[in-house]
Design a protein around this ligand. Structure first.
Ligand SMILES: NC(=O)c1ccc[n+]([C@@H]2O[C@H](COP(=O)([O-])OP(=O)(O)OC[C@H]3O[C@@H](n4cnc5c(N)ncnc54)[C@H](OP(=O)(O)O)[C@@H]3O)[C@@H](O)[C@H]2O)c1
Length: 326
């Protein structure tokens, strides 16, 4: 199915994953409405398409009629809105991961949207964190309101603007030791942001026939590498050339530390994130995966060299192996 000359709304299109989704849609000739709380945040996406092809769309998520306007006239909708921590009355997991997707799904149904793709998170069906529980409840609410929605559950996502590898690489510049929360045994299956966007495109493009019909399915998205937290640090040190001693920190101690860190303007760690580290985020053996969407998973080692070397002492062009503490 060709997407050319279609209209799509991307909620959270200004974010890390949403940006890639918008770019891929624009490449395919789709007119994209980037639903955002602050339209100026979406201006940088305009050059992704021809003049007038990528349009920021101010959306008030507390107002159902504003959501209805955002999806009105669209053939496709992709929801990439999400948060990693709670703050205040409005930034709550239930509100953003459960209630909002439900209202978007209802609006899509009412507006006759052809396909709806919702980004959830890997491990949400087994996780004990509030984040995971709110994501699972969101999936259920979406599928109840819009039966043929496609749900994508990525593991931790990597790419030049990711929060995960960049945060730890940044931390390694300033702290003398790094914590191995829960012993560092939690396993991840990092997936490339470009592959997540390709999976979203496949969910929109694949024919609604037979085995390739993505509608109503849940896909678990992981890359080719499964690594423990400890192995991820080792890979990071490899590229940043800033090895740091790793100190085992039991979950209970990490929660105490996280209790204080959660009050930073952008928390480095929250107690709920510690809770989520108790569960592996790897693709299940029976799950539908990137392969079922026709996407070849990209290896960490082919992308990390693009951005982690800039954390070396002396920067990207600093001597490999040169050590420094700042
Ligand atoms: N990144 C990962 O490693 C990862 C892994 C698994 C699952 N996911 C899921 O994938 C989705 C996208 O993740 P991402 O990394 O791209 O997130 P992101 O970069 O933080 O972007 C999320 C977008 O959501 C909107 N948003 C943020 N806070 C909001 C709030 N309080 N109310 C309403 N909208 C808000 C923002 O758009 P505006 O500011 O423009 O409104 C933002 O651009 C999320 O559902 C996330 O849970 C991500």
């Amino acid at each position: 199915m060709t997407l050319k000359n279609k209209v799509a709304t991307v909620f959270g299109g200004t974010g890390f994953i949403g940006t890639q989704v918008v770019r891929e849609l624009a490449k395919r000739g789709v007119t994209v409405k980037v639903a955002t709380r602050v339209p100026e945040r979406a201006y940088f996406l305009k050059p992704a398409g021809a003049v007038g092809q990528v349009v920021p769309f101010a959306c008030n998520y507390g107002d159902d009629s504003s959501l209805a306007q955002a999806v009105s006239g669209s053939d496709y909708v992709v929801n990439c809105v999400g948060i990693l921590y709670e703050r205040g009355r409005m930034r709550r997991f239930n509100r953003i991961h459960t209630d909002l997707p439900e209202v978007i799904a209802q609006a899509c149904k009412k507006a006759g949207v052809e396909r709806f793709v919702h980004i959830s998170a890997l491990g949400c069906d087994t996780g004990t964190s509030k984040y995971a529980k709110s994501k699972l409840a969101g999936e259920k609410a979406v599928l109840k309101a819009y039966k043929t929605a496609t749900i994508l559950r990525p593991s931790v996502v990597f790419g030049e603007d990711d929060d995960f590898f960049n945060m730890f690489a940044h931390m390694a510049r300033f702290v003398p030791v790094l914590p191995l929360i829960g012993g560092g045994e939690t396993r991840f299956q990092p997936v490339f942001v470009g592959d997540v966007a390709d999976a979203a495109m496949a969910a929109l493009e694949r024919p609604a026939l037979g085995d390739s019909n993505p509608q109503g399915n849940i896909y678990e998205l992981g890359g080719p590498d499964v690594l423990s937290f400890k192995e991820i640090y080792e890979l990071l040190f490899d590229y940043t050339q800033r090895p740091r001693p790793l100190v085992k920190l039991p979950f209970w101690a990490a929660k105490i530390e996280a209790f204080f860190l959660q009050f930073l303007p952008k928390p480095l760690l929250t107690p709920d994130q510690v809770e989520s580290l108790k569960t592996d985020t790897v693709v299940g053996k029976k799950a539908l995966t990137l392969v079922d969407l026709g996407v070849n998973a990209t290896a960490l080692r082919s992308i990390l060299p693009r951005y982690l070397p800039s954390y070396r002492a002396g920067g990207r062009f600093g001597k490999a192996g040169q050590s420094s503490t700042a």
